[in-house]
Design a protein around this ligand. Structure first.
Ligand code: NAD
Length: 468
């Protein structure tokens, strides 16, 4: 049994109570995590506040070196943590699964360690000198979801630490173990209290909500659903917390008529089905021109048939189960409705336990819930269009605006269309590809702020303008 402790002020804290974490592939208990009380949260915030002055006062190069050491440390334990991710999250060890996630975590950590925010000289002439300084905020509270637990934790932790803040992180109750272990490992190279982790089942106490309102936390970086993001924003208002909110998406892909369906199939498939569709910037609606619609459907079905779904610990699995019952129920509801109003090309009915087959559905009405709502699971609606203006309007007719893509041999034309999509990231001939130097985030109800690159690092700071 895998039982981990919280790390608070560099010490292991078991907590008064614990909760079980389940393997979504088998239903078996993987291990237990501490169920933090509000007093544990106060302790974690106090530890982070105590560690802040010394961490913030370190020379910039020393903090950069500590962050680089942290990235290396994570690399040493990558296989162990990857296995934990598979056990509690469900994604396979191989393919675009948990080893891939750990590779991403290391890449982001290493890149972010090397970033810096030098003083910007706004004016320097005989009337005076004006400088813009970036200063750490204090304690950053990080709240993470269950889909890419360690990679998203790194997206939050590294820029916060690199900019001179200290951190309290709270992972999802579905995937706490990999974060508990990753933080324990990273504490091996950090001063006590700089990085703290607490875990909660959200029942004994809602620690995420308590963090959002906590007087001792200066900023919340939150990745999760739109509904919870709204709650975080409302609760954070009273203390005027700085916020980065990375929320849900309902990304559209638009395939133009000049495409070769056979060439496209693999890219379209992984754009939609990476991590079983449980990815914020996965393609969740696919608009295909009438002239190649049926050929694209056939090519996608043929590709999907070759993808092995199974227990993530089996090296042959390429996709795993859905992570949790609530998410499985949501996908089941959306697909059950779609089977009534559309044409199921593949899959369609839930499998045993939390498994759900790769599902492709065509010919749905425009207002089908599978098109309108974020499915966050392995089911893709394919929608026929005749005029590209129709497809652009439909893609933009969403309250979300995380990502979007255009697929064409004519890059110039694709670019024109991509720039008209109302979303934070737009891709041409791929979907959902992210990288540590390119700002990522949503427009409309998909969130506020950006992660990654210098822009993401800057969000972990407050500005001070100095008039010399
Ligand atoms: P969720 O909103 O249910 O939970 C996210 C986190 O919030 C968890 O740690 C949870 O414990 C915590 N939480 C619960 N109640 C809270 C409250 N009142 N205040 C503060 N925190 C609280 O989301 P989820 O189901 O874990 O993740 C799936 C969603 O996340 C999807 O909508 C997906 O699109 C989105 N997501 C977005 C991104 C992105 O970068 N935009 C990335 C991954 C996931």
């Amino acid at each position: 049994m895998l039982d981990f402790s919280m790390t608070i002020g560099g010490r292991k804290v078991a907590g008064m109570e614990r909760f079980a974490v389940y393997n979504p592939a088998t239903g078996a208990v993987v291990g237990h995590a501490p169920n933090a009380s509000p007093a544990d949260l106060d302790d974690a915030v106090a530890a982070a506040r105590a560690a802040f002055p010394a961490w913030a006062a370190l020379p910039d190069a020393a903090r950069a070196a500590a962050c680089a050491a942290l990235a290396a440390k994570l690399g040493e334990q990558a296989e162990e943590i990857a296995r934990l991710i598979t056990l509690e999250q469900g994604k396979p060890l191989g393919a675009l699964g948990s080893r891939f996630e750990m590779g991403g975590a290391q890449a982001w950590a290493g890149y972010t360690a090397g970033l810096s925010l030098p003083v910007k000289v706004i004016q320097d002439d005989n009337t005076g000198r004006v400088e813009l300084h970036r200063k750490p905020i204090g304690v950053v509270g990080s709240i993470t979801p269950w889909n890419w637990p360690v990679m998203i934790a790194i997206w939050h932790i590294l820029p916060a630490l690199r900019a001179g803040n200290t951190v309290v992180i709270k992972p999802s109750p579905y995937t706490p173990l990999s974060t508990l272990r990753a933080v324990e490992v990273m504490n091996g190279v950090l001063p006590a209290g700089v990085l703290n982790v607490i875990t909660s089942d959200d029942q004994l106490a809602n620690i995420g909500a308590a963090m959002s309102g906590h007087e001792g936390i200066g900023k919340i970086v939150f990745t999760g659903s739109c509904a919870t993001g709204e709650r975080v924003m409302a609760t954070a208002a009273r203390t005027m917390k700085r916020l980065t909110l990375e929320l849900g998406g309902n990304d559209a892909g638009i395939v133009l008529p000049d495409c070769d369906p056979a060439v496209l199939a693999e890219g379209l498939f992984w754009g939609a089905f990476i991590n079983n569709g449980q990815t914020c910037a996965a393609m969740k609606r696919l608009y295909v021109h009438d002239s190649i619609h049926d050929a694209v459907c056939d090519a996608l079905v043929a590709f999907a048939r070759g993808v092995k779904v199974g227990n993530g610990m089996d090296e042959a699995s390429v996709l795993g189960p859905v992570n949790n019952r609530m998410q499985h129920d949501k996908v089941s509801r959306l697909v059950a409705d779609a089977t009534q109003t559309g044409r199921v090309l593949l899959g369609g009915a839930p499998d045993d336990g939390l498994f759900f087959p790769i599902t492709l559905v065509a010919d749905l009405p425009e207002d089908a819930p599978l098109i309108r709502e974020e499915q966050f699971g392995p089911a893709l609606p394919i929608i026929r269009y005749t005029e590209v203006e129709e497809a652009i309007a439909a893609a933009n007719a969403s309250e979300n605006g995380l990502g979007g893509s255009v697929w064409s041999r004519d890059i110039g034309r694709a670019k024109e269309i991509a720039l008209r999509l109302e979303c934070g990231s737009a891709w041409i001939n791929r979907h959902g590809a992210i990288q540590p130097n390119a700002p990522f985030g949503g427009v409309k109800r998909s969130g506020i702020g950006r992660e990654f690159g210098e822009e993401g690092l800057a969000e972990m700071t407050d500005m001070q303008t100095l008039f010399c």
